[in-house]
Ligand binder design. Structure first.
Ligand code: NAD
Length: 331
């Protein structure tokens, strides 16, 4: 379905977007990569530079958003301001305002150009902290979104609702996905505002010892590699799945403490772990009900990257990209 088609990817320089662009190119799509380079960067994906059409600008600008998505038959909307909880919980209004603005501009552009279909990316942060475990792919919600990502979570909830309304009014099928914790290579660090796995990998490989974990370390998450996440997104559009938001996550979880131990073991290091209970740790267990995902993907979908392989990939990438003693600066 993507071969020889022009596919727009907003946020294509980001963690998930960079893998998605790579996969779309692999299956023969013409990729229009839209990004303002505010967080994503070409420095880790130079191999894609000549294979895509890069439209640089900020989707905060509605005129740019319309120009950027012109000619795209399908659109994957990934651009967002998404940082770790340390930043998010102190900047709720900014996270809400910024994300809501770019989401509206992108949906307007999709409607204007009459794309054949689109996929927009929400988040597991839409779920309330006291909801059921595992989290079901349900709508509407009770309560507030995840406390430590309150403003960001509201912007994602509103994106989901806007997608439903746009779909009804324009007839354009819009798939909505809620990724849980996604990780992988190509990550552009943003100092203390980086997300969990990339931040941990970098700190451990940079030689931090003891390694500090925020919260108790017992909080549990499920992790999916960005390559698999991007393959899921493509498959959902291929299967014409747009009935209701679908979790990109799994039931099984690992504790953050266990995750650190696995990174340390994969890297062949000997490191002590300490915790700081004064720091936020978010919801205790974040596990996804994946029944809908499994049904929507179809029986023949194969996951390619296990957590063990994913961590090994990240560590190998880190060593290859940043030779020893070469510091990585934030941003
Ligand atoms: N990574 C995760 O664990 C996770 C979990 C849940 C949801 N998500 C969602 O998935 C999507 C992709 O996440 P990611 O981890 O790849 O994020 P990322 O931060 O790595 O990538 C986002 C990209 O959007 C770009 N961008 C930001 N503002 C922009 C603007 N105004 N105009 C144009 N481009 C802009 C950034 O430069 C960056 O390249 C996001 O919508 C995010 O909210 C991610």
């Amino acid at each position: 379905m993507f071969k020889d088609r022009t596919i727009g990817v907003t946020g294509g320089l980001g963690l998930i977007g960079s893998f998605l662009c790579g996969e779309l190119i692999r299956v023969g799509a013409r990729v229009v990569l839209v990004d303002d380079e505010s967080k994503g960067s070409w420095k880790y994906i130079p191999h894609l530079r000549d294979k895509v059409e890069f439209r640089k600008g900020s989707l905060e600008n509605p005129h740019f958003a319309k120009e950027a998505l012109e000619g795209c038959t399908s659109v994957f909307h990934l651009a967002s301001r998404a940082y770790g909880v340390g930043f998010s919980q102190k900047n709720n209004f900014e996270m809400f305002r910024f994300n809501d603005l770019i989401n509206t501009n992108v949906l307007d552009a999709i409607a204007l150009h009459k794309a054949e279909q689109a996929l927009v990316v929400s988040s597991s942060c839409v779920y309330p902290d006291d909801g059921p475990t595992p989290m079901p792919d349900s709508i509407p919600f009770g309560g507030e979104p995840e406390r430590v990502n309150w403003g960001y979570g509201w912007a994602k909830r509103i994106l989901e609702q806007k997608a439903v309304i746009y779909q009804k009014e324009t007839g354009i099928p819009i798939t909505v996905v809620r990724p849980f914790n996604i990780y992988g290579e190509h990550y552009n660090w943003v100092g203390d505002s980086s997300q969990a796995i990339p931040m941990l990998v970098k700190r451990i490989l940079d030689g931090e010892n003891p390694v500090l974990i925020w919260g108790t370390g017992n909080q549990r998450r499920n992790y999916i590699h960005a390559l698999d996440c991007s393959r899921v997104m493509m498959r959902l559009l291929e299967n014409g799945y747009f009935e209701r938001p679908v979790n990109i996550g799994r039931e099984e979880t690992v504790s953050v403490r266990d995750l650190v131990s696995r990174i340390v073991a994969s890297a062949g290091l000997d490191v002590t772990i300490v915790t700081d209970r004064t720091k936020p740790e978010g919801r205790f267990i974040k596990s996804a009900d994946s029944k809908l995902l499994t049904a929507a993907l179809g029986d023949d979908f194969e996951w390619k990257v296990s957590l063990r392989e994913g961590l090994e990939r990240m560590i190998a990438w880190y060593h290859a990209t940043f030779p020893k003693n070469e510091a990585v600066t934030a941003g």
